[in-house]
Design a binder for this molecule. Structure first.
Ligand code: NAD
Length: 312
């Protein structure tokens, strides 16, 4: 199969590329390198196993490369929930306008299937936890979440109007090797800077679900094979959760810093747009036959170990 991966030089995208190459797909990675890094796909590039085009989806010049493709994995986005409050118009452009431009290129060049990486944050501060895919009302509380929900809506409209297949995945916190943001990354970098004290945003009691990236990619590809109909949406996450203080302990432990002091900034959430509790219901993807055996704590442990290896 000829697949295009937008954002394929990023954290999750590069792991997806690893698996697509392994299963024998012809892969074109399209990435602006805004937050991605060629080092993440260097092995495939050097070995000639993938095609690569450095391009910004907000500019022209890449659309004709869609000719002949069968599926687009659209991961390119600005993924920073916290930062999205500072640059709402940019986030809209990069996450919504760029998605519409991808859909248009697909329509013009006859590409039949889009796989889109959405987020648990579209549910806002959900009153039902674990939160199922049909939860309502959808009331995003961050600009990032709103942009992803808007993109989902445009994707649904294209699927139903132009006869495409759309597979949308709402991820919990995905963590692991090559990650370039998020709580584990933040803690590890702060501890590298100051091994004596760690600032923790909020009261440390925020509880969320975390999943290691290899399981996320396996779940996504499993559900893509299992789904039918023009539009299908699945949550992807682990079946449990972990609080922020426990994450801090694991990161400190992996860095060999058992005596570090924790300093909390206070409040029940880390930043505007954060939620104190998040866990996704995973029965729908479970019904397709996919189950993870890796829980949040083990995912955090594996991710912290990989990150410490990378940065220390
Ligand atoms: P990432 O920043 O590592 O990857 C995003 C990639 O997209 C980068 O390589 C970046 O250079 C590229 N990109 C951004 N804007 C672009 C543009 N205009 N044109 C071309 N390329 C562009 O982030 P990630 O964590 O790997 O996230 C991948 C996807 O998964 C995103 O859509 C994100 O919203 C979604 N997601 C991530 C998580 C998570 O926990 N990491 C959770 C929910 C959803």
């Amino acid at each position: 199969m000829f697949s295009i991966v937008t954002g394929g030089a990023g954290f999750i995208g590069s792991h997806l590329v690893d698996t697509l190459v392994e299963q024998g797909d012809r892969v074109l990675v399209l990435d602006s390198l805004r937050t991605g890094d060629l080092a993440n796909i260097r092995g495939h590039l050097d070995a000639g196993r993938i095609d690569y085009l450095q391009a910004d989806l907000l500019e022209d010049g890449w659309q004709e490369r869609f000719e002949g493709a069968e599926r687009v994995y659209h991961l390119a986005a600005d993924p920073d929930v916290r930062g999205s409050a500072a640059t709402p118009a940019d986030v809209y452009e990069n996450n919504v306008t760029a998605t519409i431009r991808v859909l248009e290129a697909m329509r013009v060049h006859g590409v039949g299937e889009i796989v889109f990486t959405s987020t648990s944050t579209v549910y806002g501060e959900a009153s039902v936890i674990p939160t199922p895919e049909d939860y309502s009302p959808m009331e995003p509380i961050s600009v990032y979440a709103a942009s992803k929900l808007a993109a989902e809506a445009m994707i649904s409209s294209y699927a139903h109007t132009y006869g495409m297949k759309a597979r949308v995945f709402r991820f919990a916190n995905i963590i692991g090797e090559r990650s370039n943001h998020g709580v584990i990354w933040d803690f590890a970098h702060k501890l590298k800077e100051n091994p004596a004290e760690l600032e923790i945003l909020g009261d440390g009691k925020q509880i969320k679900s975390y999943l290691i990236v290899s399981e996320c990619v396996a779940a996504l590809l499993h559900a893509v094979r299992a789904a039918d109909g023009p539009f299908a949406c699945f949550n992807i996450g682990s079946e449990d959760w972990i609080d922020v203080t426990a994450i801090a302990r694991i990161v400190a432990d992996e860095m060999g810093l058992p005596d570090v002091r924790f300093r909390y900034t206070g409040g029940d959430r880390g930043w505007v747009g954060d939620v104190p509790r998040m866990q996704l219901a995973v029965e729908k993807i479970g019904a397709t036959g996919w189950h993870t055996t890796v829980g949040s704590e083990e995912s955090v442990r594996q991710a912290a170990r990989a990150l410490v290896r990378e940065i220390c």
